[in-house]
Design a protein around this ligand. Structure first.
Ligand code: HOZ
Length: 426
């Protein structure tokens, strides 16, 4: 497979862009390869600068649930562009999107649109602190909530991939109120509440952790978080930047738990940069201009992004069977990998998300996730890349399946993934 053009572009990129990329995982360092520079994508395929075509299981890290360049979404975006790209003033589309969000995720009675998942989470934390009058927050080791200062503590995703779970440039003072518990470990949460009575503003969690690879909540864990936060007058924040509209409309519907605040990104913008945070009216009334918690943005509720988001959510809403179809396809991929790598790998899967870990342990938290042999992951990645299958260039990200993945492409992937696993030296 030719990669001359990608290599040239990477060399040029390194001159004026840190590490040659605008987001670290894209540099392919964890898989010892040169990043592929992409040029176009349609349906379940993505094409690089050398003309190589791949079946894409990154799906832009989640937003591509309908597949790339869905014609209805593209049409809405084009129509919206014709009318101007940004106004810095309210539009009807923002109202429609907020109504749609609250219809599909009822716990988000009132929501505010921002420009990214990072911004949504940062603002949600501020809202929780403003509402409770408390400073401390609890997060989980290996969960990633964007790159705002107070949340870059024991973070997953790119931070974990590059082995920097705590970032340089973050003053200690900015993280002194961030307490860290273990995912799926109720006792570790209980201990923090015992030690910090009446000081915890919120517990923030990815209801399904998807940034240390995919790690599912064990039975009762999310229920426990709901109870303990309620009992202590703290808020429960579900970071659904990845899971929102992926498992069902939200992970909260999937698990039947109602958080106080939810953050969204990715799918809610249909592939355009957007984020949202929202919750009960009394909490969201704290946000400026109604209340004292300040948060603002010129591109917040951007008309082109809201157009893409509305169309995407309407397509999902009008096709309730979509989640069953996504689950079936993903289960097929997961079962094929389990069979081929029996005894050597752990495959976690839920809805249209999945991860293959190169460990014989059951992966249920950060500690077990990092037992995965990342060199084997790199070999697995390379084998698939060279044969036209594009998965996350990091063990600590997740695979995303879209509605556009055809049965034929799923079959092809099962076969190649099986071969890749058999080729490894376990
Ligand atoms: N670490 C990000 C996903 N969880 C990657 C974002 C990107 O590189 O686009």
């Amino acid at each position: 497979m030719k990669d001359t053009r990608s290599k040239e572009l990477y060399e040029r990129a390194k001159v004026h862009i840190p590490g040659g990329v605008n987001s670290p995982v894209r540099a392919f360092r964890a898989v010892n390869r040169t990043p592929r520079f992409m040029e176009s994508a349609k349906g379940d395929r993505i094409i690089d600068a050398d003309g190589n075509e791949y079946i894409d299981y990154v799906c832009s890290w989640g937003p591509g649930i309908l597949g790339h360049a869905h014609p209805q979404v593209i049409k809405k975006v084009m129509d919206s562009c014709e009318n101007g790209l940004t106004f810095g003033a309210p539009t009807e589309k923002e109202v429609i999107l907020a109504e749609l969000i609250s219809e599909l995720i009822p716990s988000m009675e009132v929501s505010r649109l921002v420009s990214s998942g990072t911004e949504a989470v940062m603002s949600a934390i501020r809202a929780a602190r403003g509402f409770t009058g408390r400073d401390k927050i609890v997060k989980f080791r290996g969960c990633y909530h964007g790159h705002s200062d107070s949340l870059l503590v024991k973070a997953g995703s790119g931070a974990l991939t590059t082995s920097v779970p705590d970032s340089a440039g973050v003053p200690k003072d900015d993280t002194k109120n961030t307490l860290v518990a273990e995912y799926n470990d109720k006792d570790s949460v209980q201990k923090l509440f015992d030690e910090n009575k009446d000081q915890i503003a919120a517990v923030i969690v990815e209801p399904v952790a998807a940034n240390m690879g995919l790690v599912l909540p064990e039975e009762g864990f999310l229920e426990f978080l709901r109870e303990i936060t309620k009992d202590h007058g703290s808020l429960l924040i579900f970071d659904e930047v990845i899971t929102g509209f992926r498992l069902s409309l939200g992970a909260q519907q999937y698990y039947n738990i109602k958080p106080d605040i939810t953050t969204l990104g990715k799918i809610v913008g249909g592939g355009m940069p957007i984020g949202a945070y929202g919750g009960r009216r009394e909490i969201m009334q704290m946000i400026s201009p109604d209340g004292p918690v300040y948060q603002a943005g010129t591109l917040s509720g951007n008309p082109v992004a809201t157009a893409a988001g509305i169309e995407t959510l309407n397509i999902l809403k009008n096709d309730p069977q979509i989640y069953e179809r996504l689950e079936q396809k993903t289960r097929k991929l997961a079962d094929a990998a389990r069979e081929a790598g029996k005894g050597h790998i752990c495959v976690n899967q839920i809805g249209s998300l999945m991860s293959v870990f190169f460990t014989d342990q059951k992966v249920r938290d950060f500690e077990s996730a990092v037992t995965s042999n990342t060199e084997q992951y790199a070999d697995y990645f390379g084998y698939l890349l060279d044969r036209g299958i594009y998965i996350a260039p990091s063990q600590f990200e997740t695979m995303f399946i879209s509605n556009a993945h055809t049965e034929e492409d799923i079959e092809k992937t099962c076969k190649l993934a099986g071969e890749a696993l058999c080729s490894l030296d376990f």
